[in-house]
Design a protein around this ligand. Sequence first.
Ligand code: CUA
Length: 197
Amino acid sequence: MALIPPQEGWEKVKVARDEKLWMWVAFLVCIGLFLWMVLWHAYGRQNPSNVTYRVSPQEFMELHDAFVMRYKVGEWNGVPVVRVPEGGDVVLMARQWQWSPIVILKKGAWYTFHISSVDVVHGFSLLPINVNFMVLPDYDYVLRFKPTEAGEYSVVCNEFCGIGHHLMIGKIIVIESEEDLAQYQARGLKLTTTENL
Ligand code: CUA
């Protein structure tokens, strides 16, 4: 709503040339971006792997348990912490209301994540970078990625999944060298094995 009403007959005044030009520029930018949406599927490395497998919650839970038993190196707040060899597979299980396990990765190495839920629909949101995926029961969602920056990443559930939804925060730790682990140990990470991978 304008503070001052426009002059009588404003709608009959011709649009200025500059304004017309900018309207065309904005219009063409919109059309360009619209067409580019299709091209994102072919260009850019932001595309997910498009690989999924059928898996029952029971099977996935067993997969998770075997994975944790094999690669567990410690605990943090009661959640198992695993270290995976470079290029290895990671099993990340979502359930009300926890992500398990906490994963330690090496910067610059490729990993293949298998993500699924063993109960309801959850959402995988990796902060502070912007990675978002739905996590559905019955589907093993495969995600290939290479961490390019060391640091601590939070896995936040972004799909309302019940009363503990806001507590559902997991962790992915990316280290550059073994010394990086010290800062996490100072904050509560308990390593029970120093076996190097
Ligand atoms: Cu899991 Cu919200």
